[in-house]
Design a protein around this ligand. Sequence first.
Ligand SMILES: *[C@@H]1O[C@H](CO)[C@@H](O)[C@H](O)[C@H]1NC(C)=O
Length: 384
Amino acid sequence: MKLKLKNVFLAYFLVSIAGLLYALVQLGQPCDCLPPLRAAAEQLRQKDLRISQLQADLRRPPPAPAQPPEPEALPTIYVITPTYARLVQKAELVRLSQTLSLVPRLHWLLVEDAESPTPLVSGLLAASGLLFTHLAVLTPKAQRLREGEPGWVRPRGVEQRNKALDWLRGKGGAVGGEKDSPPPGTQGVVYFADDDNTYSRELFKEMRWTRGVSVWPVGLVGGLRFEGPRVQDGRVVGFHTAWEPNRPFPLDMAGFAVSLPLLLAKPNAQFDATAPRGHLESSLLSHLVDPKDLEPRAANCTQVLVWHTRTEKPKMKQEEQLQRQGQGSDPAIENKESQPRGASWFPSLGKPACCSLISRDRVPVPTQDRLGSSSAQSFLPPSP
Ligand SMILES: *[C@@H]1O[C@H](CO)[C@@H](O)[C@H](O)[C@H]1NC(C)=O
């Protein structure tokens, strides 16, 4: 009995020692006793992995601009936009360029009313991601608005649109972007898009397959909710317009597109700067098409997809006040590349030397109109 008790004691002792040793050994092992901690560590690792993936993505070159790949067969839309320096110019061009970047196979012909390209427009074009050609031609003095004349007296943008037509016809003149005119046989369509209108991207789908001259309504023009062709049985039979309905083509500049082959086949077709008021569009179209052959688009001209909007001319009273105190807004902002000769695009806000240079060069244009307005010269502080 005595011996047995001793054995039990010995066994108990041995088991205890083994347990103690096991515990001591376990202390040195990596801990797997806390599953929540391990899960958290795993999550962190996953996040690190994701971050390094994202960093790798960032280092890759950016994807091609928004235009989805399109079949080569799609005719190119050549959009001709005349533009001129004024306070809202950059805002208008940013808005238009971003609309155009929604349209596949588009080539923007931006024509400045200026002797030479301005840094503002060059920079904007370069940053636009669009296929473009930059042109520049100054409107001759005789055609410019005189002081006090309302904007509609003289057709605006004539020289600039004709310059773009010349480029399309292989006469060159590009000062930036794509220099070569479309090669012979190019399938395309030409549209005149002023920089102040509002365009639905759907409009470009409507014009893409123009065979001769296609037409559609334009909103908020001619004192009406919209102006546009009247269509019966799929043919243009007249025009909804209130003003001079007897014009051969009572259409707004934004209300038609012309096929490129047709334009190239009629080398004399261009805009006539001497055309009477409201007849500028007709001066081009009468070379190209008979009114009865116009091709109605936009659901037989029942949809408005472009609006003749106008941006209000900003008031600069406070700016002028600050300028008089020598505290005007920095003209270098909004015009990053400074111009060596001091002719800032932001003419009213430049230093006196810049302003007097511009006011000598240019006829002041105080009224706002479709294309040509009021370059900012009218805000000039009184000359000393
Ligand atoms: C335009 O009108 C013609 C003739 O009425 C019709 O055949 C055609 O489907 C119409 N087109 C559209 C897009 O509504």
